[in-house]
Design a protein around this ligand. Structure first.
Ligand SMILES: [Zn+2]
Length: 371
């Protein structure tokens, strides 16, 4: 056979993101799901995405690692970012995709290749948008933040993120989720003095001393804060407790690990000060912290976006990459067709109707006829 390759050379798969597929966000979702891209294995999918974007004369394209950036430069007054991660959590007997009635099943259907499909579909079909648009398809969101493509871009190519407003197409089931809560973890430590339990009066029991720490947690009344119409519910919770030396020793140390989720009207520093106040008199050590993000719904592109969606926003209670934009002073929100409750689940799926609705909404927002 004339086209056989020498042994050991694998013919590259043809790019499945054909023009026919790019014009249909539903087909495009399936095509993206069917390119396996578990975190740290995004090279192939990033290559396909880069290749098709480079064929579009209205976009300039660049790449950092397995993160692909494409943008229009039409001289519009405002610029918006549409961003999505290319990676998925590990496969779980859910690859490749299958379709059952109105549902596409498969790894990454909800989180978040249906969202990536919307951005890629717009990049391919909207050469003349009302705002300039920067599209970001990034790697390694699902694993430790040291690998996060958006974090690497913020460090190495911050100019790629310059914008007036950003939409992350993470799964929200078609609802606008704005801002996000911050999170921090502390270790609250009690100390005592070891002794044999047969002569316990000679020691001081550090585990008993932790009772006061737990009492303060149980008595704690968490705030509920409404910002730009979004309600954030804070929380202060013990998440781990450790202490004890042996079955016959009065323990000299106990550590209660506490996680605070805080509304974005507090900075990380203010949240830590608050936790230190709650545990006044105890040794409190910060182990981990990430800032929240204000909803930022007052920027003009954000207001236009909400009008296009036509529904009230809700607060995002988890921590997401919108906080990376907020840290750069760029208001950002989450909006995507997937159902967040199905993210990372073995029966992960997305509703075809939600993909079509999302595409229609984004077109309504970004098509120049509206301006
Ligand atoms: Zn995600």
């Amino acid at each position: 056979m004339g086209d056989s390759l020498p042994a050991g050379i694998v013919r590259p798969m043809a790019n499945p993101l054909t023009p026919d597929v790019l014009v249909d966000p539903v087909q495009l979702t399936r095509a993206l799901v069917d390119v396996e891209s578990v975190s740290r294995n995004e090279r192939q999918i990033a290559g396909y995405v880069e290749e098709v974007l480079r064929q579009m004369p209205h976009l300039s394209v660049d790449r950092l690692g397995n993160t692909v950036m494409a943008r229009t430069d039409l001289g519009r007054e405002q610029r918006v970012v549409l961003a999505g991660h290319l990676d998925t959590v590990p496969l779980n007997d859910n690859f490749p995709s299958t379709v059952v009635d109105d549902l596409i099943y498969g790894c990454g259907t909800s989180d978040m290749k249906s969202g990536v499909a919307l951005a890629l579909h717009l990049a391919a079909t909207l050469p003349d948008p009302g705002y300039d648009i920067t599209y970001l398809f990034y790697e390694a969101e699902e694993i430790d933040s040291q690998f996060n493509g958006l974090r690497l871009v913020a460090e190495d190519r911050p100019d790629w993120l310059r914008a007036d407003f950003a939409v992350l197409l993470e799964p929200t089931y078609g609802v606008v989720e704005a801002g996000c809560q911050g999170t921090l973890r502390v270790q609250v430590r009690t100390t005592g003095r070891r002794a044999h339990t047969a002569r316990a009066w000679r020691g001081v029991n550090a585990i008993h001393a932790a009772g006061e720490v737990l009492r303060r947690l149980a008595d704690y009344r968490a705030r509920t804060v409404t910002i730009d119409g979004c309600t954030f519910r804070e929380g202060l919770n013990a998440v781990r407790i450790s202490g004890g030396v042996a079955g016959n020793v009065v323990p000299d140390e106990c550590v209660v690990e506490v996680n605070m989720r805080f509304a974005p009207d507090r900075t990380e520093k203010q949240a830590l000060e608050h936790v230190q106040e709650v545990f006044e008199g105890f040794d409190v050590e910060l182990t981990d912290s990430a800032p929240g993000a204000l909803p930022g719904l007052t920027a003009e592109p954000a207001r236009e976006f909400l009008a296009a969606v036509g529904a009230e926003p809700a607060a995002k209670l988890g921590w997401t990459d919108v906080a990376r934009f907020a840290a750069l002073g760029i208001p950002a929100l989450n909006y995507g067709p997937g159902d967040p409750l199905l993210a990372h689940a073995p029966d992960e799926h997305v509703e075809i109707g939600k993909i079509r609705d999302g595409a229609a909404t984004l077109h309504r927002w970004l098509a120049p006829a509206e301006f």
